[in-house]
Design a protein around this ligand. Structure first.
Ligand code: HEC
Length: 151
């Protein structure tokens, strides 16, 4: 009887552990999808700005202001998707993110700050200023990718 009970307890324990692990995996998968989706959207708008800066699109200050505001909003979104343990799975995130959290947060803040700068520059209608601001924002993207994203 005693053996039967502990076997049952063991079986239940294993089952619980199994479903906990599943829930964890699902949470990590969702979080990874969330951040990638935010980055993908961000890149769509940033690319449009880069095309403008490179002279492949006419500088439409109104449109660029709108796009910059969208990037500003999107730049707030990926970070909650960086939950611990989510360097596993279908991702290019380096686990340094969790070892150097302060630095990662600093880089994330830097992007938010620089994208606000792009909005201000677009609003001014000054193409030269807009070019400089977009350049600074892209530096913020690249600095973080170099440190925290696998090639
Ligand atoms: C603070 C760090 C950081 C900043 C700033 C940052 N990124 Fe990223 N980015 C990452 C990390 C980490 C990944 C890898 C995410 C993953 O694979 O889970 C990533 C992935 C991406 C991806 C690939 C998404 C996918 O579907 O795999 C794109 C596109 C991207 N970033 C664009 C940008 C652009 C554009 C900017 C600037 C406007 C930017 N990122 C700024 C850290 C950053």
């Amino acid at each position: 009887m005693k053996v039967g009970f502990s076997l049952l307890a063991l079986a239940v324990g294993l089952l619980l552990q199994g479903s906990f692990a599943h829930a964890q995996d699902r949470k990590i998968e969702q979080a990874t999808k969330h951040r990638k989706a935010a980055f993908t959207l961000m890149a769509t708008y940033v690319n449009r700005m880069v095309q403008t800066v490179d002279g492949h699109r006419p500088f439409d200050a109104k449109q660029m202001t709108q796009d910059a505001k969208t990037v500003e909003l999107l730049s707030k979104l990926p970070w909650e998707g960086f939950v611990e343990g989510s360097e596993r799975g279908d991702t290019r995130a380096k686990d340094d993110i969790w070892f150097e959290e302060d630095k990662f947060k600093r880089y994330a803040n830097e992007l938010q700050f620089k994208s606000a700068g792009v909005t201000a520059a677009a609003e001014s209608g000054d193409l030269k200023r807009f070019k400089a601001a977009v350049g600074q924002m892209r530096d913020a993207c690249n600095t973080c990718h170099k440190a925290f994203r696998k090639d």
